[in-house]
Design a protein around this ligand. Structure first.
Ligand SMILES: Nc1nc2c(c(=O)[nH]1)N[C@H]1C(S)=C(S)[C@@H](COP(=O)(O)OP(=O)(O)OC[C@H]3O[C@@H](n4cnc5c(=O)[nH]c(N)nc54)[C@H](O)[C@@H]3O)O[C@H]1N2
Ligand SMILES: Nc1nc2c(c(=O)[nH]1)N[C@H]1C(S)=C(S)[C@@H](COP(=O)(O)OP(=O)(O)OC[C@H]3O[C@@H](n4cnc5c(=O)[nH]c(N)nc54)[C@H](O)[C@@H]3O)O[C@H]1N2
Ligand SMILES: [Mo]
Length: 803
């Protein structure tokens, strides 16, 4: 009991902002207490238990928190702290009503923090912006759709509209959405994936023929080693910790590759393992922790391959078995020899210069990989959000292919996706670069003529809005104005639109960055009952490991005026395309009909309804596991980018030649109390930060070398070759276990620093994990006082003042 009390103290909402090392394991009592606090804050305690018991159950709803798959033998609780927070935020009793909008002008709301906006509650009514009063006023659903139709029909060219999707959207809504947009005439589908795992999708498509992972949860049970590259499961995929804990307890190696020492990767207490909780024991998660510098992974993987190559030469010379899986390579791949030539050409000092690891550590990492009979590679934003993100993904695949680890039990590639249905939305055709096959199938089934030319992703949409080439922006979920880079430029782009429309559950800043006209359309959330003509409906989602299953909410909708996402899309289509032959309304009467049509478009969705109604749904097989490679050459491809090309791109060169001040590489990342742009609170418990977000994690030697001290306030300025001044003010230095030259701070506060032009060459993901920055001594934000009470209720003021 002592320990429990002790933790309670640590986990109580702080009475003052503080930095304090967190010495407890991740998960455990701390997580449960945090759940309780969030349910209370959102006033969901009465229905909270019921809501939570339905998460990830065969008859409940899919957790909106992340895309980690459910356990097959799900017991009573199959959710985590942060999933519970996501649910609490949606099931909140607070409301944003027409009266709320009548009280506040958009200008006033714009001055409030993101925390305040979302914490105000659920949107209840469709609203239209009135520029005269600077307020949102109620509008009927019919009039809202008429307004959208008027704007879309008035465009000279359908390509002057862009249709954003955020990854919570269900398969059914996404399918209807892409169908509507293609019948309307454009492939402009910016998607949150364009800021997230697009490099994975593009890179794996090149390497193995389909941009998805190849493993299932069962593979984790028998893997010899799990390599975790650049993701933070303790915060972002907490249910994954249970899996890692099992692997670790069964003697499997867990190898973390991350510049930051993340608590969740070090030690973990499973809130679902009562004995461990009672004894306050914890399972060490990471047996090995390697800390490359930010962006060092490409060199690190290059080095791993070079070690394998050298060991291979030695093995063959000694008459031993090759280190590489030669027969697998021979039968299944192309490009191996060219890759080896590139590796041979590259000298060790050049590799070591970029990893941030000592040569000995690099060698032991390579040895761990060599010794693993079966290995799984997991990765997240630390790999994808770089200018060389696609090259990183190619390299992950190279390592796996070289050892024949694809299509073998207990081994394979496991990208850890973010939004709970981001993978499904892509599967359903939300794609600005659709394949000809997809378009042909859609046209065959629906008798329409889909546009063939490719459309805009996020980066190109922003540019086009700014330059006046996109004039209507429609967002199915998400928070485009805040999640995207180069904030002032992006927001100006949105303001220049003739019409901006947001389909959303909660108020956010994107709704306040209005085009000349603007609409907010409130929709049902995952947790809510969706009743249509044929009764209560379920939607389907696809998790990170390609399992497709149903999700059905259990709560009464928070307002009678909400429509479901499929319904909103169908009504929009009916209004915009009066001559359409597609029976939009008929689809919404029963979502089974939508699924029947999905089945007709995608071969792998055969018998969709029959299979998805089975408990747990069904799994979409990755062809690579059968050694079927859907690449242009019909084989898996080894693809390698010369090291010099990766590390001396335009921006790296610019940073290297910059003499104004010491240049660091900043990663922008998530705190424990946020879901992307949604802030649940101001703590980052596992990193020891409480009651504040404007912090900068920095190596102690760097702090000293720069003549700074801990707790000092600094301004962060990014330096790009375009010469544009980008700066954010008043961040507090926190000494942290991070390599020299690397820094970390939270997103979205740091998004104004990320240049829109700094993105991966192929997938165009903004490089939000490698921002070249310099630091200036700064000032505390006005009125900020460490001893001041930082209640969640006051958080708004603090964040504002710091702004
Ligand atoms: N609670 C919660 N859950 C979430 C989200 C959330 O915001 N909150 N977001 C969801 C979404 S959309 C996504 S995409 C995922 C994101 O989940 P993650 O992929 O974990 O994303 P980040 O929090 O940005 O953390 C990136 C991790 O990569 C490390 N890193 C940064 N740069 C590098 C690098 O150069 N190399 C290496 N090896 N590591 C690096 C950081 O230290 C950090 O541990 O989580 C999803 N789940
Ligand atoms: N600098 C920096 N920038 C980043 C990142 C980073 O690591 N660093 N990460 C990037 C990543 S990985 C991602 S995925 C993006 C996230 O980008 P987005 O997906 O655009 O942003 P979210 O914050 O997840 O969106 C939150 C909003 O979604 C709405 N919402 C929630 N649930 C529902 C629902 O069921 N239906 C509908 N219609 N709306 C709903 C609510 O109104 C809420 O305000 O940000 C990216 N931006
Ligand atoms: Mo994401």
């Amino acid at each position: 009991m002592e320990n429990v009390e002790d933790q309670k103290h640590n986990d109580d909402q702080p009475s003052y902002a503080r930095i304090e090392p967190y010495t407890h394991p991740a998960g455990g009592w701390g997580a449960l207490l945090s759940v309780a606090r969030n349910l209370k804050r959102q006033e969901v305690f009465k229905k909270g238990a019921i809501t939570l018991l339905n998460i990830n159950q065969p008859t409940g709803f899919d957790c909106p928190g992340c895309a980690w798959p459910e356990k097959k033998d799900a017991h009573a609780f199959n959710f985590c702290e942060n999933g519970a927070k996501a649910v609490a935020f949606e099931a909140t009793s607070k409301r944003v009503t027409p009266e709320f909008f009548a009280t506040h002008t958009v200008s006033w709301l714009s001055e409030q923090s993101d925390f305040f906006l979302e914490d105000s509650g659920r949107l209840t009514d469709p609203m239209r912006y009135d520029p005269v009063s600077d307020k949102y006023t109620p509008i009927s659903w019919d009039d809202a759709f008429k307004l959208i139709a008027k704007h879309l029909q008035a465009l000279d060219d359908p390509n002057q509209a862009a249709f954003y999707t955020s990854g919570r959207t269900s398969n059914e809504a996404a399918f209807l959405y892409q169908l509507f947009v293609r019948e309307y005439g454009t492939n402009n589908f910016p998607d949150c994936s364009n800021m997230c795992h697009e490099t994975t999708s593009v890179g794996l498509l090149d390497s193995i023929g389909l941009g998805k992972g190849t493993v299932t949860l069962d593979d984790f049970d028998i893997a010899d080693a799990i390599f975790s590259f650049g993701h933070n499961p303790g915060t972002n995929h907490p249910r994954m910790l249970g899996t890692l804990r099992e692997v670790s307890r069964c003697g499997g190696n867990i190898v973390a590759i991350n510049p930051l020492k993340e608590r969740g990767l070090e030690r973990f207490q499973d809130p679902q393992a009562p004995v461990e909780m009672m004894t306050n024991g914890s399972t060490p998660i990471s047996r090995y922790y390697f800390q490359p510098k930010v962006g060092g992974d490409y060199a690190l993987m290059f080095g791993m391959l070079k070690h394998l190559r050298e060991w291979d030469i030695q093995a063959l010379a000694a008459g031993k078995k090759s280190v590489f899986d030669r027969s697998f390579i021979e039968m299944n791949t192309v490009g191996f020899d060219a890759m080896i030539e590139e590796i041979d050409r590259t000298a060790w000092p050049d590799i070591h210069a970029h990893t941030g690891l000592s040569p000995e550590h690099l060698e032991s990492l390579a040895k761990l990989y060599l010794d693993a009979k079966t290995a799984i590679f997991c990765w997240g934003m630390g790999i994808t959000q770089h200018r060389h993100g696609t090259a990183n993904v190619h390299m992950l695949a190279n390592l796996m292919l070289a050892r024949g680890h694809i299509g073998r039990p207990g081994a394979g590639l496991a990208p850890i996706r973010g939004h709970s249905n981001v993978q499904g939305d892509r599967t359903m055709g939300i794609n600005e670069l659709p394949s000809a096959k997809l378009l042909d199938n859609i046209d065959r089934v629906f008798g329409i003529k889909s546009p063939r030319h490719h459309g805009f992703g996020v980066v190109d949409t922003i540019k086009a809005m700014y330059e006046g080439n996109v004039k209507v922006f429609i967002g199915l979920g998400g928070n485009f104005a805040v999640a995207t880079p180069d904030t002032p430029y992006t927001q100006e782009g949105l303001r220049r639109c003739n019409l901006t429309v947001h389909i959303a559950t909660k108020l956010n800043r994107s709704h306040l960055v209005c085009g000349k006209e603007a609409l907010i359309l409130p929709c049902l959330g995952r947790t809510e009952i969706d009743k249509q003509l044929h009764g209560v409906q379920a939607v389907s989602v696809e998790d990170s490991m390609s399992n497709v299953h149903l999700s059905a909410g259990r709560n009464e909708p928070i307002s009678n005026d909400l429509l479901s996402e499929p319904d909103i899309v169908a009504r929009m289509a009916t209004a915009v395309l009066p001559n359409s032959d597609i029976k939009w309304k008929w689809y919404v009467e029963s979502y089974d009909r939508i699924r029947d049509s999905i089945e007709q478009v995608f071969d792998e969705f055969h018998d969709f309804n029959a299979r998805v109604y089975q408990p747990g749904g069904f799994h979409l097989e990755h062809p690579a596991n059968q050694h079927v490679w859907n690449t242009p050459v019909g084989k898996a491809q080894f693809l390698i980018t010369p090291l010099a090309e990766v590390y001396t791109d335009k921006e790296n060169k610019y940073a290297e030649q910059y003499t104004g001040a010491k240049v660091y590489t900043l990663m922008t990342t998530r705190s424990h109390d946020q879901y992307n742009t949604t802030l649940y609170g101001l703590d980052d418990r596992y990193r020891g930060v409480f009651g504040q977000r404007r912090v900068l994690f920095m190596n102690a030697e760097d702090i000293a070398a720069a003549g700074f001290v801990a707790d000092q306030w600094v301004d962060i300025e990014s330096i790009y070759s375009d010469g544009v001044k980008r700066i954010v003010h008043s961040f507090r230095i926190v000494p942290y276990n991070i390599p020299r030259g690397s820094l970390a701070a939270y997103y979205p506060e740091t998004n104004p620093l990320v240049a829109l032009s700094s993105h991966d060459k192929y997938a165009k993901i903004p490089a939000s994990k490698s921002v070249p920055v310099i630091l200036h001594a700064g000032q505390a934000p006005e009125h900020f006082n460490l001893a001041e009470a930082v209640d969640p209720e006051d958080a708004n003021q603090i964040v504002n003042r710091a702004g």
